[in-house]
Each structure stands twice: as structure tokens, then as C-alpha cells.
Design a protein around this ligand. Structure first.
Ligand SMILES: O=C(CO)[C@H](O)[C@H](O)COP(=O)(O)O
Length: 215
């Protein structure tokens, strides 16, 4: 089984803390995600800083774009983003706009399926347009209400689309094995790493668990 990529969600609002956390966990993660609150607070300079410091990690900017897809995402691709996210609920015109911006920079698009009522249809149509990654996502507020992403992950992974499937929503060491076995290609981890007493140790543990589950 191909080893899934590990994506670290950088969800702090503080610029320097974000860079320091990225430094600590870099040996264990494949993708740095600049989380939505973080990018709103810090803006494009953080993309430039992480791009320059971490040439070996992919950089995902979690814009969760809802409108003006090409215009909004274009600037972030230009600053070094490898992947930008667009909301599935935004509709195909906006998703298509982000895809157009990504193509200009040979970059990729992740469609975030958060709160999309028909995830299968949205994933199929977005894949047809050219989106490369489908994001199954139980947001922080839904997690607080007790929801998890695993049923949706199984549904989207089983569609058999020619895309990578990303999963986010409270993934932690105890759920890595089921996440890998359900077919996730990208595993997003935020709080289980940044909330740990030692984020580097937590990231190393996640890396070892992903490696073991996909061996
Ligand atoms: O995109 C997000 C919230 O909208 C988070 O970054 C994502 O859910 C990962 O964080 P966690 O592992 O803490 O759930």
C-alpha cells in the first residue's frame, strides 16, 4: 500500500509560533497546512516565509475559498503554495476558477467537502473539472459536537475517482490505522500534534504509525 502523506495543520494565530512549530515537526511531515484562521490572521507573508524555509515540504494554504476563486487563489499560488483549498459548497464556477489559477503555476487544488450535502456528486464533478484532491473534513465545531470523518472517508474513498483523498477532523494516534486502511492518501493532523506536550515526539509517533499501517 502506498504510504499516505502526513499533513500538519498549523492552526496558531501567531506568526513566530507557527514558524517555530513547523521547524520542530518538519522531519516527520510531508505537507505544511497553513490553517484558515492562521492565513486570515497572518496573510501572504507567512506563505512566503514557510516557502523559503521549507523547500522540501509541500505547502497547502487552507483558504476555504467561497467566491472569486481564480482571483483569490492566484496570489497564494504565486507566493509559493503547492495546494490551495476551495469549498465544495462554493459551486463549480468557483472551484473551476481555483483550478484555472492552479494550472498557471503547475499547482494543485483540494476541494474541501465540509458541509457538502452530496459529497459523492461534488467529488465526481470536481474531479471532472480537474481538481486533484478531495478533502473529507469534520471541522473543529462539528468535532466539538461529537462528529468524526470516518463514514464520509469510506464513502469518498470508495468512489474510485482518479484523485487523492485527504481526511481531516481530530485524527490522532488511536485512529491512524483505521484512517490508512479506509484509503486516505493524505492524513491531516492538527491538535494531536500541536496540543501535545512535545509536538516533535507526537509527529514522530504519527509518522511511525502511518508507516506501520501502510507497510
Ligand atoms: O481545517 C481545520 C479546521 O477547519 C483543521 O486544520 C483540521 O481539522 C485539522 O485539525 P485537527 O486535527 O485538530 O482536527
Amino acid at each position: 500500500m502506498a504510504r499516505p502523506l502526513i499533513q500538519m495543520a498549523l492552526d496558531s494565530l501567531d506568526f513566530d509560533q507557527t514558524v517555530a512549530l513547523a521547524d520542530k515537526v518538519a522531519p516527520y511531515v510531508d505537507i505544511f497546512e497553513i490553517g484558515t484562521p492562521c492565513i486570515k490572521y497572518n496573510g501572504i507573508n507567512l506563505v512566503k516565509e514557510l516557502r523559503q524555509r521549507f523547500p522540501n515540504q509541500l505547502l497547502l494554504v487552507d483558504l476555504k475559498t467561497m467566491d472569486a476563486g481564480e482571483y483569490e487563489a492566484g496570489a497564494f499560488y504565486a507566493a509559493g503554495a503547492d495546494i490551495c483549498t476551495v469549498l465544495g459548497v462554493s459551486g463549480l464556477a468557483t472551484i473551476g476558477g481555483v483550478i484555472k489559477a492552479a494550472k498557471k503555476y503547475s499547482a494543485e487544488v483540494q476541494v474541501d467537502l465540509i458541509n457538502v450535502p452530496n459529497k459523492g456528486e461534488c467529488a465526481r464533478e470536481s474531479a471532472k473539472l480537474g481538481a486533484q484532491i478531495m478533502g473529507v473534513h469534520t471541522g473543529l465545531d462539528a468535532q466539538a459536537a461529537g462528529q468524526t470523518p470516518f463514514t464520509d472517508l469510506a464513502e469518498v474513498a470508495n468512489l474510485g475517482l482518479n484523485v487523492r483523498v485527504s481526511v481531516a477532523g481530530g485524527i490522532k494516534p488511536a485512529t491512524i490505522d483505521q484512517t490508512v486502511k479506509a484509503g486516505a492518501n493524505i492524513i491531516v493532523v492538527g491538535a494531536a500534534i500541536y496540543g501535545a506536550a512535545c509536538p516533535a515526539t507526537a509527529a514522530k509517533e504519527i509518522r511511525e504509525l502511518v508507516d506501520a499501517a501502510s507497510a
